[in-house]
Every structure is written in C-alpha cells, then in structure tokens.
Design a protein around this ligand. Structure first.
Ligand code: PHE
Length: 339
C-alpha cells in the first residue's frame, strides 16, 4: 500500500490539463467517491492496526497534494480560456495618453531657440525684485506712473520689494555683473495689478533681449528682429518699426509684423490694418548703461521685450488669456502635436 501511495504522489505532481474539461476529468479520477484516493481509503480499513497511523498520514498528504494540484490546474485552465476567448489580438492598442507641453513653454522655447542660434545666451532673474532693478536702474523717474500701485504689486510692509512688472529687470541684473560684450535672452514671468479678463491677466510672460558691445547700432537691432520675425512667423513676414517711448531706451520703437492670418491685406485679426504689434525695442539709454556700471562712451546696446502670450495668441489664435493659466486638459491636449 505504501508503494501505491508513493506512486500516486508522483503521478499527481506531474498532472497537466489543457482545458477546464481535462482538469475536471482529473478531479473525478483522483478525488471523486469512486476515485483513486477513495479506493485507497477502502483498502485502509483492512490494514493492521500498528500501520494505521503512518498510512493514514500518508493518505491525507496525498489527498491534500492532489486537491491542491488539481485546483491549480483548474484555475490555470480557466484563465487561459478567458484569454483566448475575450481578447481580440487584432485590435489596435489602447492609446496611451501622453502629457503635453504647455503652449507658452512651446512658444518660449521657440523664441529662445531662435536667439540662441544668433549667439544669445540664456539669463534669468528673480520674480520678487527690488525697486532698483525693476525701475530706478532702468531710468524710471520717481514719479513715473508705472511705479503706481495700480500697476505694481508691492510686498506688504516692504515698499521697496515688488513683483517685477517686466523682464527688463534682468537687463539690470546682467549688466551689473558682466562687462560687454553682453548678448542675453531672458524669459520669465511678470506681474501687473490688472483685473483678470479675457484680454488682461495679473501675471503673464515676457522674453527680454539685450545686446551691448562696441558699435552696436539700430540697424543691428532691425536686422536681428527681422530675422526673428521670419523664423517665428514664416519667411514672407515683414516688419514695421513705429517710434515709441520707454524710459530705458532712446530712441524707442514698437515693432509690428505683417498679419499672420491675411499676410497684410487686412482681416479681422489685424483689424483691417495688415499689421500686428508684437514687441517694444530700442537703443539702451546711456543713462541705463551708466546706472549699471557700463561706460556709455565706449559701449552702445539695443534691447527688446515681447509678451509670450501675445505671440502664442498669434500662432494659435487663443481668444481668452485665462486659458493659459487654468490648466484645463482639454485646452492643453490641443497642443500634443506641437510638442
Ligand atoms: N519692458 C517693456 C515692456 O514691458 C518692453 C521693452 C523691453 C521695451 C526692452 C524696450 C526694450 O513693455
């Protein structure tokens, strides 16, 4: 009998079943009332008393092993069965949702990339700034309206500490620590105390450019900006410079590009004018060079500043500025392809 038990143990450990039916057949063969193990139990009644203990343990062990093994085979066969029937291997894979870059990041990267190719290097400065870097060193008179509480966010109890209202503060940061030649491009967030609406926000983003060296002239500025406009909006793009005023540049100009929608014929985007304003620029005022430790009798420079939202609006026709900061994935997902 011991031999028979050993043999069955061996058999059970090697059982296989290709499907649930085969597994069930094994259960009947080994574990049912008329199965191998029940038969052993019957023989067990006739064994001599002194052998009962050991044989009883052995039979129990066999029963447990057989039950375990057959249950395993049943589970495996059932799992296989669902795989085969329920999964359509010809279906296209479920799309994996990829994250998207924010449209402002896409546009910022594009701007920085264009100027990098012209030899500009990246510079950054703090968003929480002091009055000196945002206004005084940039030649703003003490009573200049931009310093007003209507425009500037002040840090409570520190009238000198403000949230920068333009990235021109980075010009000052760079000039105070570097002597020319200086050629930097400075992207960053700026803050203005405005009511939030579709067309204005209390924060937005700018990219500042600064070039200071010997013999830098207005024609260098114009050349670089034309190249930028054509890289950004296409080779047909034209630019137009209109005289303007900024405390930190003299002369100053505002630059328009030929309308990105109608190409200059006039449409609703450019309100019929054929032109779209995109940035402010000019020759760095000698007073600004001097305030920042650069000898204005040796060096001249140009600077420009543009709003990233503005450029993104022109590229993607986003009608409401608030979309840029709400992080609504339905909006962000539209830029998957632009990555
Ligand atoms: N700082 C100006 C603004 O915020 C833009 C500018 C930058 C103009 C550099 C001229 C030169 O509107």
């Amino acid at each position: 009998m011991l031999e028979r038990i050993k043999q069955l143990l061996e058999e059970v450990s090697q059982l296989t079943a290709a499907n649930p039916e085969e597994a069930e057949a094994l259960r009947i063969r080994y574990l049912s009332k008329k199965g191998e193990i029940s038969r052993l139990m019957e023989d067990f009644r006739t064994v001599p008393a002194e052998m009962k203990k050991e044989l009883g343990m052995r039979i129990n062990e066999l029963k447990n092993r057989a039950t375990e093994r057959i249950n395993e085979l049943k589970a495996a066969a059932a799992a296989q069965e669902t795989t085969a029937d329920d999964v359509d291997l010809t279906r296209t894979p479920y799309p994996i949702a990829m994250g998207t870059r924010h449209p402002l990041t896409i546009v910022k990267n594009e701007i920085v990339d264009i100027f990098s190719r012209l030899g500009f290097t990246l510079a950054e400065g703090p968003e929480v700034e002091d009055d000196w870097h945002v206004y005084s060193s940039m030649n703003f008179a003490d009573d200049h309206p931009a310093r007003d509480m209507q425009d500037t966010f002040f840090v409570e109890a520190h009238p000198d500490i403000i949230l920068r209202s333009h990235t021109s503060s980075v010009q000052a940061r760079v000039m105070e620590r570097t002597q020319p030649p200086i050629r930097v491009i400075c992207p960053g967030r700026v803050y203005r105390n405005e009511a939030v609406s579709a067309r204005a926000h209390c924060f937005f983003h700018q990219v500042e450019g600064l070039y200071v060296d010997k013999n830098v002239s207005f024609k260098d500025l114009k050349q670089v900006l034309l190249l930028f406009a054509q890289e950004m909006f296409g080779p047909e793009t034209q630019i137009r410079l209109r005289p303007s005023f900024f405390p930190f540049t003299e002369p100053s100009a505002e630059m328009d590009v030929s309308c990105t929608i109608c190409g200059g014929k006039g449409c609703s985007m450019c309100k019929g004018s054929g032109w779209l304003e995109i940035l402010g620029c000019g020759m760095v005022d000698p007073a600004v060079l001097e305030a920042n430790g650069i000898d204005s009798t040796i060096y001249t420079g140009y600077a420009f500043g543009m709003g990233i939202e503005r450029i993104a609006n022109l590229k993607y026709q986003v009608k409401d500025l608030r979309l840029f900061s709400e992080n609504d994935v339905r909006f962000l997902e539209e830029f998957t392809a632009a990555n």
